[in-house]
Design a protein around this ligand. Structure first.
Ligand SMILES: O=C(O)CCC(=O)C(=O)O
Ligand SMILES: [Fe+2]
Length: 324
């Protein structure tokens, strides 16, 4: 059965979702890894049936015994416990140790050098510099090591696509000349353990929970690219983007400083340096003081990581009204 997904869709068409689900379940229990992978994806996406991330993780685990493509999502869900399942950081690291690919050994080497506890939480304390007389902004020097910065840039590179912004009234993602760069985002199921550990480090440095963070983005600006003056706060949302954390991943470019015109402040970090700023007050009202821009890159390529942090945990319950 080479294209299981097409087969499963045909089964749904012919016999309905429930019968298809039961057939896949029986095949999974009989040890068919492609059936397990299909169910993992259904449970993850909320395609046809209810999103259930604990079940998705279990099915990815069964599929991962023989299917390479199931391994990365399985390890991601073990490491972050997304959807309220128990985090199994140690097991995620064991899975990584058993991978034969170079990417896994790069990650093991980076993780071994991190100051983290047995659950992947940083053991360091973070003491930001507060730029003199500039409210709302903190600077974290050497927040990432050079090797961590390089890792983020290199896992992002093959995934980069043209950046989008959220349309203020429709809420849809659109291309807009206000944000001219390439970007990628690592959703909870795409996070590697190294990315997850960095996300937990951002949580610790900002006093926020991992679950409040939107997926970590990596942005690449080529010559002439820029992110024009904007606010990261959103219009009319219940769960506001209260703050933004930016990490500078390289230095080989001219121009491209992050500027806060209303504060008379600009910042261009060295490799691994980070800044954190508030976008809204506690009740979610946007703060125009921190409107900012990523200046035009005049030569070379600027690469940064960016995380928007919400007031509360992100809702990852998946599409509503799915059966079982
Ligand atoms: O590129 C920059 O310096 C700014 C990026 C930014 O504003 C954002 O990611 O929200
Ligand atoms: Fe921004």
């Amino acid at each position: 059965m080479h294209d299981w997904r097409t087969e499963a869709d045909l089964l749904v068409e012919r016999r309905g979702v429930e019968a298809a689900y039961k057939t896949l379940l029986m095949d999974t229990e009989a040890g068919n890894p492609t059936a397990a992978l299909c169910l993992a994806q259904w449970r993850l996406t909320g395609y046809l049936i209810r999103r259930d991330l604990a079940e998705a993780r279990r099915f990815y685990g069964l599929a991962a015994k023989s299917l390479e493509e199931a391994r990365q999502p399985y390890v991601a869900l073990l490491a972050n416990g997304a959807g309220g399942c128990d985090r199994a950081w140690h097991q995620a690291l064991n899975e990584l140790q058993n991978e034969k690919i170079d990417e896994a050994s790069v990650q093991i080497a980076l993780l071994n050098r991190m100051n983290i506890d047995g659950a992947g939480n940083p053991t360091d304390t973070f003491a930001p510099e507060i730029p003199q007389s500039v409210p709302h902004i903190s600077v974290f020097r050497s927040f990432l090591t050079a090797a961590e910065s390089k890792y983020l840039g290199s896992v992002a590179r093959p995934r980069l696509q043209r950046a989008t912004v959220v349309h203020p009234t429709t809420g849809q993602l659109i291309h807009d000349p206000i944000r001219k760069s390439s970007f990628t985002a690592f959703s909870f199921v795409e996070e590697t353990p190294v990315i997850h550990a960095i996300n937990r480090r951002i949580g610790a440095a900002t006093g926020t929970q991992y679950e409040q963070g939107e997926p970590l983005q990596v942005l690449s600006y080529g010559e002439g690219d820029e992110y024009k003056l904007h606010s990261d706060a959103m219009a009319n949302v219940a769960n506001q983007r209260l703050s933004t954390f930016l990490i500078y991943l390289n230095e080989e470019y001219s121009g491209g400083a992050t500027e806060f015109p209303n504060l008379g402040f600009q910042f261009k970090g060295g490799i691994g340096d980070a800044i954190w700023f508030k976008n809204a007050d506690k009740s979610g009202h946007p703060l125009s003081a921190t409107n900012h821009l990523g200046g035009k890159v005049t030569s070379g390529e600027k690469v940064i990581a960016s995380k928007w942090i919400r007031a509360k945990q992100l809702d990852i319950s998946g599409p509503p009204s799915r059966p079982f």
